[in-house]
Design a protein around this ligand. Sequence first.
Ligand code: GDP
Ligand code: IMO
Ligand code: MG
Length: 428
Amino acid sequence: MPATVLVGAQWGDEGKGRIADWLATESDVVARYGGGDNAGHTVYVGQQVFKLHTIPSGILRGQVMCVLGNGMVVNPVNLVKEMDQLQALGVTITPERLLFSTRAHLITPAHIALDAASEKARGAQAIGTTLRGIGPAYLDKTGRKGIRAGDMANIEEFADALHQSIREANEVLARQDMATLDADAAVAPYIEAAARLQPFLADTAVYLNQRLQEGARVLCEGAQGTLLDVDHGSYPFVTSSSPTAGGALTGLGIGPGRIDRVVGAAKSFSTRVGAGPMPTELTDALGDRLRGTGEHFWDEYGTTTGRPRRCGWLDAVMLRYAVLINGCTELVLTKLDILSGFEELKLAVAYRVDGKLLDYPPTTNAELERAEPVYETLSGWQEDISGARRGGDLPAAARRYIQRIAEVCGTPVHTVSVGPERDQLVQL
Ligand code: GDP
Ligand code: IMO
Ligand code: MG
């Protein structure tokens, strides 16, 4: 049976968690392939809000096996906390439900401290990272000095490696006049977590390929988004991994022939958290209206850091690019309900940069900062659409908005969401 990849088609927070929860109903395995607990995936189930950071959203569907793939960077202490929190909410977490790749890299206390040090050193050029140690962990991975999950098997050597990484980090921190780490205090919870996580460790690449061979349906759950990709995003204002569809192959160890469906999750407007260019950003009352006041859990405040997200009109230039880079076979649009009540809606269909019209984003940030969106204006709708379940339930203006996005991006939209609840999905 082939695999489906779910990717974020914007700057993250597109609603991947709730879409993964839906796609999990037709999956046997759900696997995360990149990033770490910089992700925050929200799934709303019967009045309960689940915020998943490291564990795939598929865990909330009882029949699904979840996998933390080799492409991830995992904070073992935070993983154990998340497991405990889920268990307290009635979710069973056993090795029959969750496997953790021995090849995944670990986020250490040194990485977290170095993330803060790196942001401080950048000053005005700070990326606005989630401060979870993601960049330094991937830096050690590619620098071939990372600690992998499989290394937790030998506790003594694991503790030595952690102490060594903390000694090196402390030298950097001292040079920057930042507080150094107390190695013994920092290492102790890691040793405890290592013992807890032993039964979950496995060669997940072999496991996934065996399951695919047997006919299992695999969902590769992306984190972050295409425009945060280290290669394809607005470098350097990106994360340090490959959230795009290609990342699913290396991040899980499966071949390209396995993938037959690439679902791009896109919010019905644009949001971004952290620094970097965002051509359609609205810094006025319209932007505030898209963000919401914070009274609802779905308002635009970061799931991981609580920071207000930057909001703006839907940027179909970026979305068209995401469809291209990922080879999206379809887009799912989320949060369409938030657009109810707008008189008119704008859709950026091209950029004007230095007098030239562009269909795709320019590759340098300097040009992207100068890009002026070329907007199409579409009629809004006033109706509350949260109860819509079929295309015919949506006002004509909403259907036109969806259709225009599909045309401009060159890929179909079969599904839109009109609220955070499991059944608030419209099949077109
Ligand atoms: P992710 O990181 O891509 O999984 O997205 P987040 O969970 O960080 O942010 C998306 C937010 O929007 C969450 O609070 C979801 O519950 C919420 N959400 C998802 N789809 C919809 C929708 O159709 N309508 C509304 N109002 N909220 C939604
Ligand atoms: P989900 O999976 C939104 C952003 C950070 C920052 C940049 C680098 O919930 O969509 P990092 O800590 O990764 O080094 O930060 O990437 N970022 C996200 N933004 N959603 C996410 O994940 C993100 N993960 C990282 O805000 O701009
Ligand atoms: Mg999120």
